[in-house]
Every structure is written in structure tokens, then in C-alpha cells.
Write a protein that binds this ligand. Sequence first.
Ligand code: BV8
Length: 248
Amino acid sequence: MTLAERLAGARSVVVLTGAGVSAESGVPTFRGADGLWRQYRVEDLATPEAFRRNPRLVWEWYDWRRQLIAGCAPNPAHAAIAWLERQVPEFLLVTQNVDGLHRRAGSVRMVELHGNLWRARCLQEGTTRDLPDVPLAEMPPRCSCGGLLRPDVVWFGEALPPSALEQALQAADSCDVFLVVGTSAAVQPAASLPRVAREHGAFVVEVNLESTPLTGIAHDRHHGKAGVLLPRLLGLSPSPGPQPLSPA
Ligand code: BV8
């Protein structure tokens, strides 16, 4: 049975994505060769301690990432996932990404496990507000109440938004098909979701450039670029037929 056939007959589908799904949009991944972390140590930037120590440096990193992402567009992998959502009765997209590209591609039934870098949160009031796609005038930015603003993302050592995690766990525990796309499975608790799905009997499929710690528990695995493979696997683009022999 092809994945497209399995999905067509599925009642409930969950898709878990990581930075690899945005790679073909031009957003650097975290741990690959061009990884975001390559030039920084994660402890220096994506932790509450780093922010307490140097809020300006952390904000400059996020400002740089926001400007970069502002120039990126969703790719066929994002579009294929948004299309899939409209084909099955129960669907949930669970993303670790903070770039906002899934929503721009039309995904609606989704949770952002690690927040969204297009939002900021006031440390005093706890209120959130959207950020512009231009450099911030004031660095680090402050709320009208005078409180410091922080990126509305989940840093290492911070708890994930309880409702998002609960929704993701419930969906993983009751789905027929669990599709994992573009994650190195290096970060917990997100990386445990495919195991939860496998344990309750879901059909687990991995789409990734390379093998990961999840490859061993996937029933089906496809190695390659998500922007090429996903449309093909979902029957949205023709599989490449026999390639014409190059002229001698
Ligand atoms: C928590 C937001 C508890 C910020 C991020 C030891 C063991 C287990 C766990 C831990 C441990 N020590 C510490 C922990 C916990 C820690 C953790 O997991 N650490 C790891 C590094 C060991 N986790 C946490 O701290 C989490 N919180 O546990 O809280 C708690 C509970 C109660 C109360 C208090 C505390 C919080 C984790 C969230 C961290 N925030 N990001 C920001 O983005 O700035 S994580 C960051 O990594 C991103 O969100 C990213 O999405 C995530 C995972 O990375 P990936 O998405 O997988 O990206 P990566 O580059 O790694 O991989 C890309 C993949 O795509 C590769 O496989 C590549 O081959 C593939 N690819 C590339 N191109 C393509 C492609 N595939 C297909 N097509 C392509 N074209």
C-alpha cells in the first residue's frame, strides 16, 4: 500500500515537522552543515540564562533570523502538508519550527511546540504582541509598561506550552498515521511523539534527508528533500518516470 493510499483511508493523521521542512525555503536548519547553531553555541543564545545575561545579543540573533525568514516563502513541503490537512477527517500538524511558514502556507489545525519568533512577550505583563518584519527600532525592545520584551519561543530548560504539548500527545496517541518530516529528533519532548504514536499502533513514516534516531521505529522511510518527496508521496506531483537516457 502506498503512503497516498494509506492516507486516503486514514481517519486521523498527525504530522511532526522540524527545521528540515523549511530548509528549501532558505531557512537554515539548526544542526546541519549550514546550521544556525554552527556559528553560535546554543547555550549562548536560546536559554533564559543567556537572555538574562545579554538580552541585546539574544534579540540581535532573533532579529537577524526574522529578517532572513521575512525573505523566505513556504515551499512545496509546507503546501503539501496544508493540502493533506484538508483531505483527512482528523488532522494535526505539530511543528517545532518557530518561523511561521506553515501558517503562511495555509495550515490551520496546528500547534507550535516551541513558539513563534514573530511574537514577543512582556516579562512584566505576560502579554504577547506581533513583531514587524523590519529591524526593531529599540534593542532590546520594551513593552509600553516599561517591562522587557522577550521572543515568544521556548528556550532550552523551559517548559513547552502545556496546551500545545497536551494536544500533540493526545493526537499522537490516537492517530492512524504519523508522518515525521525534517527533524533530527535531537530535542525532547518533541522527539518522543513518534514513539508514542508507534506504541499505540500508528503507521509511522519518516521523510528526511538522512537517517535519524527515529528511522529505526518508522515503518516506512523516505530519504531525500521534503519539498520534492512530500508532493510525490502524497500523489500531488508525478513520480519521476524512467529518466530519458542522456544523449550519447
Ligand atoms: C524541556 C526554539 C523541561 C527556540 C528550540 C538530555 C536528554 C533529553 C532531553 C534533555 C537533556 N538535557 C536537556 C534536555 C531537554 C532539552 C533537550 O531536548 N535538549 C537536547 C538538545 C538534548 N529540551 C528542552 O529543554 C525543552 N524543554 O525539556 O523542559 C521542563 C519541564 C517543566 C518545567 C521546566 C522545564 C525545550 C526544547 C525547546 C528548545 N527550543 N527552539 C529557537 O528556535 O530559537 S529547539 C530547536 O531545535 C528548534 O525548535 C528546532 O526545531 C528543534 C529541533 O531541531 P530540528 O527541527 O530537528 O532541526 P535540526 O537542524 O536539528 O534537524 C533538521 C533535520 O532536517 C535534519 O535531520 C536534516 O537532515 C533534515 N533536513 C535538512 N534539510 C532537509 C531535511 N529533511 C528533508 N528535506 C530537507 N530539504
